[in-house]
Design a protein around this ligand. Sequence first.
Ligand code: NAI
Ligand code: MG
Length: 379
Amino acid sequence: SVKKVHRIACIPGDGIGTEITEAAIQVLTTLQKTLGWFSSTIFGRLFMILKLALLLGTFEFDFTHLDWSSKAYLERGWYMPPDWADQLRKHDAIYFGAVGWPDVPDHISLWNLILPIRKVMSQYVNLRPTRILEGIASPMANVKREDLDWVIVRENSEGEYSGQGGTSHEDTPHAVATEISIFSQVGIERIMHFAFQTALSRPRKKLTMVTKSNAQRHGMVLWDKVFYTVAKEYPDVEIDKMLVDAMTVRMVLHPASLDTIVATNLHADILSDLAAALSGSIGIAPSSNLDPTRKNPSMFEPIHGSAPDIAGKGIANPVGAFWSAAEMVRWLGEEKAADTLMKAIENVTQAGVKTKDLGGSENTKGVTEAVCKEIEKVL
Ligand code: NAI
Ligand code: MG
């Protein structure tokens, strides 16, 4: 068939997760109407007829809404049903908002929703591009748009978030807790190959590897070792190595010296929040949780959390959610739709239609409607 149906599982989750997911669905629906099957404009219909005549593909999104959230957990006692993995595997991709709500301890909410999905769906790559979009300024006075263009490749399946450890003598003065990091040769090799291939696909072909192998002398040393071994297979990639503490300094003082960055689960989690802030706001940064083998659906979400401090006010920045949606659409093979969405986002930021975190005065709805209008114009 010339029409491709992309089945998307939507998990809005908690707080602003629900607000930005709704905004992302609105934008994706506009994209489908404009570029996909159900074109509403005359020009869109003509474009569709032309596409059919040339036997080019058109597409449609089929959204499934999954009510897996802290609110639901508080009412019924569970986040996901027992057959959650089978349900997700019936989809081509997962779109995720955010999880976490003050009434539930954060380690309970994370370990009942997002972390099991990342692990069981073998989404061992968490890809986090950062650049300064049109019309947005870095909070650092001397950093120009062209100075900051990075991709952070975060190991997403093991490391510091392996989930191993335990507590003895809990709730006594003698409480003892362990938190065990796990680094496997296979786990490091696969993330390194992905990172080198990412670097190779970019114009500058530079890869910076981050660890803390001076103080942590086992797992991090294995990281370093595997990195240099895998590097031999990629002679065209220019490599260097940083300790994570010094890396924060380099990101702030010499952003133009960085291109692709690979780091462990915890380190990359922290560095990517810093990267987002340096590029304007945590509200614009996207992430892709990828199973590069494509045996399981990959998951797309903005990097921010549920932001209880601004939830329900309608002021969350939806740009990170839109950029994540663009990454999803690209992963699904719709290059033109992804490019159209990115162009629409940047036309809107360039025109100064921005939320408060970016120094603007618009709300979520205003930015969403502006992006939808731009999508219709771009075509
Ligand atoms: P957060 O990212 O939710 O918020 C940090 C700060 O950034 C807040 O001041 C918030 O208002 C602001 N912010 C975040 N996203 C924004 C947006 N789109 N537009 C405008 N401002 C935005 O991180 P925080 O406060 O540490 O965590 C809140 C909850 O979210 C916790 O329960 C945490 O566990 C959870 N969380 C969930 C994540 C996920 O679902 N992947 C990721 C990070 C945190
Ligand atoms: Mg984070």
